[in-house]
Write a protein that binds this ligand. Structure first.
Ligand code: APR
Length: 251
């Protein structure tokens, strides 16, 4: 058995012994669903300027830049993406009663599409788009059509539309933070999956969980700043490792 396989079986044992597991996910878990990560090889940032398309003050001054990005990249990539084996393994763990919740930084909605029930979206969900005036909620496909009609797209009330995602410069949704805090306090095993753990305040959760006495496992292709405090570190792909954790998953 290779060293990596030994670590995976140790990880499997840790999950078996845990009472309350929390999964914390980043862009890496969706990479194999065709959604580029932000950092790391081929990351999205290398193609788009985050100070424009992901920055709230730029969006409020010139929403057209974002909506061009939506039309050319965000919509085609997200609408084609399907949950992968990593997302599905977390659904199995939740259904087995082991996993008490998923805290995700992702805005792609793939955990819910896979069947996860208790999902905390720290950075919102790009499939939900709301009018900034009357708060009317629009669907993803509906807005794609509106974008063809006018850039930037407008609500029937005349107001501007905004995706329900946290832009740089915006605060995280209070409700999400408190739900995430509760999960971190309740868990005895915290698994960080597919996150570079460099963006705060989300990246604090693994440290808080460890500080509360939970075991910490990191599954991430590249090293992260918290590898040194983790109980197990697997620089492997989520869709390879996670299915081997589910009850009955092969060793
Ligand atoms: N399996 C596991 N890890 C993977 C995989 C994979 N198949 N593919 C890539 N990775 C790892 C990369 O090594 C990288 O470290 O996923 C990590 C993704 O890191 P980021 O792109 O920084 O994504 P994330 O940590 O989610 O970013 C946090 O930053 O830009 C903001 O709001 C945005 O939510 C995002 C936040």
């Amino acid at each position: 058995m290779s060293e990596g396989d030994e670590l995976i079986s140790k990880f499997h044992e840790m999950v078996d012994q845990a009472e309350a597991v929390v999964a914390f996910t980043g862009a890496g878990i969706s990479a194999e669903s065709g959604i580029p990560t932000y950092r790391g090889a081929g990351g999205l940032w290398s193609k788009y300027d985050p100070d424009k398309y992901a920055n709230i003050s730029y969006f409020m001054n010139d929403p057209t830049y974002y909506w061009n990005f939506f039309k050319d990249v965000r919509y085609p990539v997200i609408s084609k993406a399907e949950p992968n084996a990593g997302h599905k393994a977390l659904v199995e763990l939740e259904r087995s009663g082991k996993l008490i919740g998923v805290i995700t930084q992702n805005i792609d909605g793939l955990h819910q599409l896979a069947g996860s029930e208790n999902v905390v979206e720290l950075h919102g969900n790009t499939r939900r788009i709301r009018c900034m005036e009357c708060q009317k909620l629009y669907g993803f496909d509906e807005v794609r059509e509106l974008v063809d009609a006018s850039l930037p797209p407008a609500c029937s009330c005349g107001g501007g539309l905004k995706p329900e995602v946290v832009f740089f410069g915006e605060a995280l949704p209070i409700g999400a933070i408190s739900r995430a805090d509760a999960l971190v306090n309740d868990c005895d095993l915290f698994i960080s999956i597919g996150s570079s753990l460099v963006v705060f305040p989300a990246a604090q959760f693994p440290m808080v969980a460890k500080g509360n006495g939970a075991k910490l496992v990191i599954v991430n292709i590249d090293p992260t700043p918290y590898d040194g405090i983790a109980d197990i570190v697997l620089h492997r792909s989520a869709s390879e490792v996670l299915p081997r954790l589910v009850v009955g998953g092969e060793e």
